[in-house]
Design a protein around this ligand. Structure first.
Ligand SMILES: [Fe+2]
Length: 197
């Protein structure tokens, strides 16, 4: 989950989209899943920037753990994966890549720090950028940008919505003890709510 710009909707690289059509706000999970299912991946950047969920919309899908943030699958198929991450205060991901896939992170509630890293030929990681994001901010990540980690800066429970296209079945995770990346299969904390649409 990198160096954060100033804030708001600033991101490192924004995939271009030549369409001038601006979709209406997407306010429900069903509407978002339908749009992702029917739309091309080239439209996903535009789609995810159209989401506007009501406050507390994800209460029913949230789950919490004292030891780690949780990954709650909202939808999964061959095209994409939508995951709700639920974070207790100060919880943090390991440094990781994204299995070659595109990744968008929408902050539903909270304040997060994303730190981006690059790896030199000797395998040493260097933090190159930090991004602070707040509710409704969206960040984008793909492997050519490097590796990243995401941390909940809030002193309260917080939520982020992650769109991966295609789904990430495994990714490289940095082991802080051995100082090497290890490929790990991704797992869900809760089963998909909407599968194989
Ligand atoms: Fe990530």
């Amino acid at each position: 989950m990198h160096l954060e710009f100033m804030h708001s909707r600033n991101i490192t690289i924004i995939p271009t989209d030549s369409s001038k059509d601006s979709p209406a706000d997407i306010q429900t999970l069903d509407a978002l899943i339908t749009a992702l299912n029917t739309g091309e991946q080239s439209k996903y950047n535009q789609l995810i920037r159209s989401v506007k969920f009501p406050n507390n919309y994800f209460d029913r899908q949230s789950s919490w753990c004292d030891n780690s943030y949780t990954r709650n699958c909202l939808a999964e198929n061959d095209k994409f994966e939508l995951i709700l991450l639920c974070w207790n205060a100060k919880q943090i991901t390991p440094i990781h890549d994204h299995g070659g896939e595109e990744c968008w992170v929408v902050v539903i509630d909270g304040k997060f720090r994303e730190t981006l890293y690059t790896e030199d030929p000797s395998g040493n990681l260097t933090a190159i950028k930090t991004i602070i994001s707040k509710s409704n901010d969206i960040t984008y990540m793909i492997d050519f940008m490097g590796f990243h980690r995401l941390e909940n800066l809030s002193n309260k429970r917080s939520l982020t919505l992650h769109l991966y296209a295609k789904p990430i079945r495994s990714c490289n995770v940095f082991d802080e003890v051995t100082k090497k990346f290890v490929n790990k299969d991704m797992v869900y904390s809760t089963a998909p709510l909407a599968e194989k649409f």
